[in-house]
Design a protein around this ligand. Structure first.
Ligand SMILES: [Zn+2]
Length: 97
């Protein structure tokens, strides 16, 4: 069976919803889309943050440090990837521009 190349037509033929339901779906999707756009915008504006890490060695000094303290910081920021916010890391010690 040949597939319609138009994704909208494909979706409409697959879903087989009454017009009102389809309309509602589109409204929801539009809301979701603008929600995503907002979140994407937020993550694009995010600046580099420091993150101190524990190395995991049981005999290291960092074991005794409180949560959030540890070795030299990694720098990370929130970026948008595959439709969700993801942490992007830069190498430690040097703060990225
Ligand atoms: Zn350590």
């Amino acid at each position: 069976m040949p597939r319609p190349s138009n994704p909208v037509k494909l979706l409409a033929s697959t879903v087989r919803l009454p017009d009102e339901a389809l309309e509602q779906l589109i409204r929801k999707l539009t809301e979701e889309l603008s929600d995503r756009a907002d979140r994407r915008k937020q993550s694009e504006n995010s600046s580099w943050q420091e993150e101190y890490r524990k190395c995991g060695k049981s005999n290291c000094w960092c074991v005794h440090e409180p949560v959030g303290k540890g070795h030299d910081p990694y720098y990370y920021r929130s970026v948008w990837k595959d439709g969700k916010p993801t942490k992007e890391y830069k190498s430690k010690r040097k703060k990225p521009a």
